[in-house]
Write a protein that binds this ligand. Structure first.
Ligand SMILES: Cc1ncc(COP(=O)(O)O)c(C=O)c1O
Length: 296
């Protein structure tokens, strides 16, 4: 990965309807989104020049804003076209796409009724989240100290910046102990997800994944469930207790950035990335390839 800081790269950023030079896409320190986490964002990947499931991500961005009480001032069509045009201008075939919407500077208190809703999109090259050689060996996860919050505590369905505070703390704590990531339980103590990806397990040829009732129902998660069912696997979406971790033989994470990444360890529990993980890594890699290339 590049060592150039993210605010000093070259290229363009789409900023409130205009393409501006990358280094000029700035916000003031007195920005509500920075002080009060009134921001929502997306993470998307382009493969072969096409953004995978772009409309689903755009719809989720708009819905996340609604859950935070604001209306994004662009239509889904306008946001999709901006993402596609920016990808073309940046000139990348494979890339990461980051739209973000946030409350601006007009009011600086908890109440921010009159603040402008700003929207920006940046696109950069982001190779595989986890080291590629490690991928099939499986990554190691720690157990996180923080839990995914009760939906009565926070808008847990939103991809909201504020919800990532405990993810960064948990990931840093895991990395400090030599782990790649951390598994978070939810507020009830059920298995929930990793700090930036959903989790799946395998036992006796059946796939199990937690019900996303208080965390992000990932677009990759839904894609993987669909791919697994197409292969004829049974997928059980259900409550998973931490005590069950011992009984699973395979485990993998999935998310836009993580793609499908096998897991070898969660704290004291070990897993062996096997046929189902391998199959879904391959099926997902095939699924994200541009549909127009497949049609040619
Ligand atoms: C906390 C969290 N859960 C799950 C996911 C997976 O979501 P998706 O597959 O839509 O990228 C992500 C990735 O964005 C995430 O950050």
């Amino acid at each position: 990965m590049s060592t150039v800081p993210f605010d000093q790269m070259d290229g363009q950023i789409w900023f409130n309807g205009e393409f501006v030079p990358w280094r000029d896409a700035k916000v003031h320190v007195l920005t509500h989104g920075l002080h009060y986490a009134s921001a929502v964002f997306e993470g998307e990947r382009a493969y072969g020049g096409e953004i995978f499931k772009l409309r689903a991500h755009t719809d989720r961005l708009i819905e996340s804003g609604r859950l935070l009480g604001f209306k994004i001032p662009y239509s889904a069509d306008e946001i999709d076209s901006a993402c596609n045009e920016l990808l073309r201008r940046q000139g990348f075939a494979d890339a990461y796409v980051r739209p973000i919407a946030w409350r601006g500077s007009e009011m600086m208190g908890v109440s921010a009724q009159n603040n402008r809703i700003n929207v920006a999109i940046a696109i950069w090259q982001w190779p595989s989240y986890f080291n590629p050689e490690q991928r099939m060996k499986g990554i190691r996860l720690d157990m996180a100290e923080y839990r995914r919050p009760d939906p009565r505590t926070a808008p847990s369905k939103a991809k909201a910046s504020g919800l990532y505070m405990i993810c960064t703390i948990s990931k840093h704590a895991a990395e400090a102990k030599g782990y790649a990531d951390a598994l978070m339980l939810d507020w009830r103590g059920h298995v929930a997800e990793a700090t930036g990806a959903n989790v799946f397990f395998v036992k006796d040829g059946v796939i199990h994944t937690p019900d996303p009732d208080c965390f992000l129902d990932g677009i990759t998660r839904r894609t993987v469930i669909d791919l697994a069912k197409r292969r004829g696997y049974e997928v059980q979406v259900r409550t998973i207790l931490p005590e069950e971790l011992e009984s699973f033989t395979e485990c993998f994470l999935c998310g836009t950035a993580a793609e499908v990444t096998p897991v070898a360890e969660i704290g004291p529990y070990s897993f062996t990335p096997g046929d189902i993980s391998r199959q879904l890594v391959a099926d997902y890699a095939a699924e994200v390839q541009p549909k127009r290339a497949a049609a040619e």
